[in-house]
Design a protein around this ligand. Structure first.
Ligand SMILES: Nc1ncnc2c1ncn2[C@@H]1O[C@H](COP(=O)(O)OP(=O)(O)OP(=O)(O)O)[C@@H](O)[C@H]1O
Length: 262
């Protein structure tokens, strides 16, 4: 669905930000992009969304060079879920979700009954229909994040690009969000998400990409690449990947623990 090949990018030629980035995203994938602050994760998402023009390499959507895909077509294929923040105007949650239909409207036309139905279906899918008339700016971080995912689902794009979808969420809402992401992947969506929680790669993701200083250090299945050695090198601080027994049935999961040295 999405193929990134040897991509490079800089804001200023004397300071490369991304170098030789290659990754692939297929239907059903949940790819977790991990890396320290300032390493270029958001910059890469912006390149994939065509908000930054790449300086080298290529990005292909369904086999077609991204620069040759029209903005309308791109929006039909790919949706962006930003981190939840406030909006300028006092929109209701339902109106925000309806904005996901813009990609499907002819220039200057108003949303049709079908668009409204799609928006309602997206809210149903995320079990937030009861929030439809709430003021977006008055909602909690977790509720806002769900509304932004619903907007992407209403857009009916099969690739979801999510910038830290679990940032600022409590455990309950982190789990809720990861469950939603898993269900969407099971329905055939391809999901690329950034995160500062390597544990989330184990909880929900099929692939992990470890990025440092604008290059990919390692990528593969979370069990293979999210390791004590790799995380310690990635974050320049000791991190231990340990196994935790979850219940009496001996279910074991991996957890990542930053180690405080004296
Ligand atoms: N518009 C810009 N102009 C110049 N430099 C920028 C711009 N946006 C980001 N940068 C720089 O590019 C580098 C990568 O930033 P980016 O936001 O992609 O990192 P990130 O990995 O997403 O970080 P974080 O985890 O903190 O969100 C940083 O050094 C940042 O200062």
């Amino acid at each position: 669905m999405l193929e990134v090949r040897d991509v490079s990018f800089y804001y200023r030629p004397d300071r490369p930000i991304l170098r030789d980035i290659s990754l692939e995203l297929r239907s059903g994938d949940i790819l977790c992009l991990l890396g320290p602050n300032g390493t270029g994760k958001t910059t890469l998402l912006r390149c994939i969304l065509s908000l930054n023009k790449i300086k080298g390499g290529s990005i292909a959507l369904e086999g077609q060079e991204l620069s040759k895909v029209s903005a309308k077509k791109r929006a039909e294929m790919m949706a962006y879920v930003p981190q939840a923040s406030s909006v300028t105007f006092p929109y209701e949650a339902g109106e925000i979700v309806l904005m996901g239909r813009v990609a499907h409207l002819a220039l200057g036309s108003r949303p049709t009954e079908k668009d409204r139905r799609r928006a309602e279906e997206a809210m149903d899918k995320l079990e937030i229909s009861h929030l439809s008339r709430y003021q977006f700016n008055e909602m909690s971080g977790g509720e806002k994040q769900m509304v932004l995912v619903a907007r992407a689902v209403a857009q009916q794009a099969r690739i979801l690009i999510m910038d830290e979808p679990t940032a600022n969420l409590d455990y309950c809402n982190q789990v809720k969000m990861l469950k939603v992401i898993k269900v969407l992947a099971e329905q055939g969506y391809a999901i690329l998400m950034t995160s500062h929680f390597p544990d989330h790669a184990f909880l929900a993701c099929s692939k992990a990409v470890l990025m440092r200083d604008g290059v990919i250090m390692a990528q593969g299945m979370p069990e293979e690449v999210v390791t004590t050695e790799n995380l310690t090198a990635l974050y320049s601080t000791p991190v231990c990947v340990a196994e935790a027994k979850l219940d009496s049935k001996d279910t074991v999961t991996k957890v990542c623990i930053p180690v405080m040295n004296n």
